[in-house]
Every structure is written in C-alpha cells, then in structure tokens.
Design a protein around this ligand. Structure first.
Ligand code: NAD
Ligand code: UDP
Ligand code: UDP
Length: 343
C-alpha cells in the first residue's frame, strides 16, 4: 500500500501543474529521504500540514512505519520502501535528503553501508535533482568539525576529523556528501542547500539508539542508572526537533546555499544533562560511569549567527522545556515494549 510512484514524465508538466496554496506560494511536491526516521517524520508532519504533496523514501533501517502511519490514507502522502544507494526515478520540486543512520551505535553497525549511503545515496539524489530540476537540501552534521579545535564552531571552520577512525564512515561520509553537493551545484547548476545539524532530540527518537538524550530519558523512565561515559565533562548542545524542522524549511525556502549550522547554542556537560533529566523526569534518578567510546569529541557548540542573520532563524525551545515534551512518547513506547514481553 501507498507505494505507487508518480509517473509525470516531463518537468514542465509538474512545474505548471503546481496548485496555489494560500497566498503567495504554490503547492510543492516534496520528497523526504529518511522520512520515516526521527527528524524526517517531524519534517513530513510540517510539510503535510502546510498542504504539500509528500513522498517518503526509506529503507526502514532505523526508521519505522509507526512514525508516519498517521498519514496513511491521506492522498497527499506516499511511502516508498527504497534504499537510496540504488537509483530511483520520480518527479518532484524539492528533495530533502536525510537518509542516513544518525546515532553512533547505528552508523557503526555496518560502516561500509553507512559510507555507501552517504556517498552513493547522495550521488543518486543529486543525479535525480539534476534530471528533474529540483532543489536539493543535504542534512549534513556538526560531525564534519570532528573533535573541534575551534570553539564554538563557525561554518568557516574546516574541522579536525580522523579519516581512519571508527566514526569516519559517518563524518567523512557527510564531508564527501557536502563535496558532491557543491560539485553538482557548480558543475551542473543544481540548486542546493546544506544544513549542518547539531545534536537534536525529541519524540520518536529510537529508544535504544545509544544517543545520550534517548539513553538518559529511557533509563530514568525504566528506573535504571543513567550511564555517563568517560568523566562526563565533555559537552554537547541540544536542540529540540521542532526548532530544527523550522530551520530546515527556512533554509530550503530561502536564497542561501549555506552551509548553515542548525543547533541550539545552550552547551551542557553530560553530567549537567543528567542533572536536568533528573530534575524534569525523576528526582530519584542516579548515575553510573562507563568508559567512553573512541574519538569522542570533547566539546561541541554551534555558532548560529549565520543562520540567524540570513535565515532569520534561531531555536526557541530550551532543554528544560523540550525534555518533558518527549517523556510521554518514551513512556508509552517503553510500556508497550514491556507488555510485548509479557511483563
Ligand atoms: P534516523 O536514524 O532516525 O533517521 C534516518 C532515516 O534514514 C531512517 O528512517 C532510516 O531508515 C533511513 N535510512 C538510512 N539509510 C537509508 C538508506 N540507505 N536508504 C533509505 N533510507 C535510509 O536519524 P535522524 O536523527 O532522523 O537523522 C536524520 C538526518 O539528520 C541524518 O542524515 C543525520 O545524519 C542528520 N543529523 C541528525 C542529527 C541528530 O541529532 N538527530 C545530528 C546531525 C545530523
Ligand atoms: N539518478 C537517479 N535518478 C535520476 C537521475 C539519476 O537515481 O532521476 C542516479 C543515476 O543512476 C546516477 C546518479 O544519480 O547513478 C548520478 O546521476 P548523473 O546523471 O549525475 O550521473 P551519471 O548517470 O552520468 O553518472
Ligand atoms: N554519552 C553518555 N552516555 C550515554 C550515551 C552517550 O555519556 O549513554 C555521551 C557520549 O560519550 C558523547 C555524548 O554523550 O560524549 C553525546 O553522544 P551521542 O551518541 O548522543 O552523540 P554524538 O557523540 O554523536 O554527539
């Protein structure tokens, strides 16, 4: 079900076929690769809400049908089970290219697949954008800055990445994806946009994806100790998913290529994060120290002045206000899991 492919043969017919929506903007046909994942599914919600036709392409490696199931039956929504490493023929106006596992546990699981997704997947989506004249947005990552020697990170910083490390399938993969994006822009005139996303959290994150926010929140709900890796003094800056989705749409609709940092500059050590989770979820929560993983960046914080100035964008949700918004979703899924096990 919901897997039919649009077969409009020529660019002109879907460009002139756009239907006016509201004042001053046309209804778009938009593809979201990775749209069944955490960020993608929130983006799909926003695009459907504003009246666009949305096609999700996803191979369900880390995404779930449950994340987009509420759109099944809506004729503006299509879901295609497809791996972006393979070519695909469709006709759309905009391509949001998110397909790629994002959590270290998932992207290290099959590193060769991760780099194929970043390189061949991005190449295919750029080839598609070139053929149909669509605008293409890449979701790159703060990991292109590696273990940064500049703090906070500006878009002009070239990064400090280990090319042969265990994270390189992801961070070098995304760096290559950025290169491909700029080369298709310069060489083939493809309209492109690049977002460098910093750590993002919210409802629909995978429960056991190993990311620090999902781990701490799930652990606090399950009454298990929160696992702090290393000394817990490393820092990250955490952005609520609705802020990110607003930034991605502003970037796609705006005039500027980027790259743009999209993140919340509020910087926390992992110990401070555990403290906030304790305050907002369970005052009796405890912590437990574990050895850290290899090549873990010591600190990370975006300088967002470029996005602020050129996209008129800034995050609105503070960590303290965002964390409670994911608790119900996590609680329900943990409860369902337990029932599934017969507990
Ligand atoms: P996610 O793992 O929840 O979603 C990724 C989606 O892509 C999943 O639905 C997965 O099934 C799909 N996918 C993976 N490989 C695919 C393939 N070969 N073909 C088709 N579909 C495939 O991750 P997310 O947090 O939603 O991240 C979305 C994007 O944002 C990723 O590109 C990620 O690198 C980027 N990003 C996210 C964060 C963050 O904190 N969430 C930070 C930086 C960058
Ligand atoms: N591609 C795709 N869908 C399209 C057009 C291209 O998946 O509608 C793929 C194509 O199979 C190729 C990649 O995108 O592997 C790059 O395409 P491009 O035309 O830039 O390069 P070429 O095919 O000439 O190598
Ligand atoms: N981390 C932690 N406990 C966990 C999971 C992660 O202390 O249960 C730490 C991890 O070592 C890293 C930080 O939290 O320093 C962020 O890790 P995450 O995997 O969420 O994202 P990334 O490393 O990609 O920023």
């Amino acid at each position: 079900t919901h897997t039919s492919t649009i077969t409009t043969p020529y660019k002109s017919s879907f460009v002139t076929g756009r239907v006016p929506v509201g004042i001053g903007r046309k209804r778009m046909r938009v593809v979201v690769t990775g749209g069944a994942g955490f960020v993608g599914s929130h983006l799909v919600d926003k695009l459907i809400k504003r009246g666009d036709d949305v096609i999700v392409i996803d191979n369900f490696f880390t995404g779930r049908k449950e994340n987009v199931m509420h759109h099944f039956g809506n004729h503006r929504f299509e879901l295609i089970r497809h791996d972006v490493v393979e070519p695909i023929l469709i006709e759309v106006d905009q391509i949001y290219h998110l397909a790629c596992p994002a959590s270290p546990v998932h992207y290290k699981y099959n590193p060769v697949k991760t780099i194929k997704t970043n390189v061949m997947g991005t190449l295919n989506m750029l080839g598609l954008a070139k053929r149909i004249g669509a605008r293409f947005l890449l979701t790159s990552t703060s990991e292109v800055y590696g273990d940064p020697l500049e703090h906070p990170q500006k878009e002009t910083y070239w990064g400090n990445v280990n090319p042969i490390g265990v994270r390189s399938c992801y961070d070098e993969g995304k760096r290559t994806a950025e290169t491909l994006t700029m080369d298709y822009h310069r060489g083939a005139g493809v309209e492109v946009r690049i977002a460098r996303i910093f750590n993002t959290y919210g409802p629909r994150m995978c429960l056991d994806d190993g990311r620090v926010v999902s781990n701490f929140v799930a652990q606090a709900i399950r009454k298990q100790p929160m696992t702090v890796y290393g000394d817990g003094k490393q820092t990250r800056s955490f952005q609520y998913v609705s802020d990110l989705v607003d930034g991605l749409v502003a970037l796609m609709e705006g005039e500027h290529i980027g790259p743009f940092n999209l993140g919340n500059p509020g910087e926390f050590t992992m110990l401070e994060l555990a403290e906030v989770v304790k305050e907002v979820i369970d005052p009796s929560a405890t912590i437990e120290f574990r050895p850290n993983t290899a090549d873990d960046p010591h600190k990370r914080k975006p300088d967002i002045s470029r996005a602020n100035e050129l996209l008129n964008w800034e995050p609105k949700v503070r960590l303290r206000d965002g964390l409670p918004l994911m608790v119900n979703d996590f609680r329900n899924r943990i409860l369902n899991e337990d029932e599934g096990k017969g507990n």
